[in-house]
Design a binder for this molecule. Structure first.
Ligand code: PEP
Ligand code: MN
Length: 267
């Protein structure tokens, strides 16, 4: 069955929601120059189209690593200069939107902030595409209404990201809700991104969930990759090593066509 098409979102030369799958990959958090440059080169070489990485991290515990803040944004720009990969990074506070927008190519709203309406309005005014994660227990209606807040701010370049919802206790962290992902795209016309990493919560489930999402019609994947996952400062248990990411890309290529690769020296 052919799903109806959506309004593609342009990020530089990349089109999310066009004919080819877009892959966004990188660490949960930016930790150091060595870490982010290393992982940016690795995911680019494996065929990723965008670099993900958080400088502001919404951690469940206030005692956990909260991100590098502005220096982290500067490191993301360094990695973009070197690889040409556009950057997707999270903004958590309405007061930081203007700052983060100076560095990012796509602004990420995290699952914990899907109901933060002042933040949604603010990112809608920033003039950049927004990747809106579904809240951990949000209904589809709540998710699409959150997107409406962003649109009311002035942006209609929105990517809806399914990252798993809370289910019954299981071995996985969350339940990747692909039915809702498909319906959300059908109803809204926004391209959809699947995040198998936060859905899985464990490395060995990331490739199977990524494949399922692609088969179901995801327009893009958002995948956590770390040069040394066991030493990651956040979400190491679900982060792929660069070698495992190469394996993921191989599996995904068997299922669909990828979007055109990012050209060298691009911005
Ligand atoms: C993340 O992308 O690292 C993140 C914090 O995701 P979520 O908001 O989906 O938990
Ligand atoms: Mn994470």
């Amino acid at each position: 069955v052919q799903e109806p098409s959506c309004h593609p979102v342009r990020v530089g030369a990349i089109r999310v929601g066009g004919p080819g799958l877009v892959v966004m990959a990188g660490p949960c958090a930016v930790e150091s120059a060595e870490q982010i440059l290393g992982v940016a080169r690795a995911v680019k070489a494996a065929g990723a189209h965008m670099l993900r990485g958080g400088a502001y991290k919404p951690r469940t515990s206030p005692d956990s690593f909260q991100g590098l803040g502005r220096p982290g944004l500067e490191l993301l720009v360094l990695a973009r200069h070197e690889t040409g990969l556009p950057v997707v990074t999270e903004v958590m506070d309405p007061r930081d939107v203007a700052l983060v927008a100076q560095y990012a190519n796509v602004l990420q709203i995290g699952a914990r902030n899907m109901y933060n309406y002042p933040l949604l309005r603010e990112v809608g005014q920033a003039g950049l595409p927004v990747l809106l994660k579904r809240g951990m227990s949000a209904t589809m209606e709540e998710w699409l209404l959150a997107a409406e807040y962003i649109r009311a701010g002035g942006t209609d370049t929105i990517l809806l990201c399914e990252r798993g919802v809370r289910g019954t206790p299981s071995m996985a962290r969350n339940v990747l809700d692909l039915g809702t992902m498909v319906l959300a795209k059908r109803q809204s016309g926004y391209p959809v991104v699947a995040d198998p990493s936060h859905a899985a919560g464990r490395r060995d489930l990331v490739i199977p969930l990524a494949c399922a999402a692609v088969a179901a019609g995801a327009d893009a994947l958002l995948v956590e990759v770390h040069p040394d996952p066991d030493r990651a400062l956040s979400d190491g248990q679900q982060s792929l090593s660069p070698e495992q990411f190469v394996a993921l890309m191989g599996r995904v290529r068997q299922l669909c066509r990828l979007a055109e690769p990012v050209v060298e020296g691009g911005e």
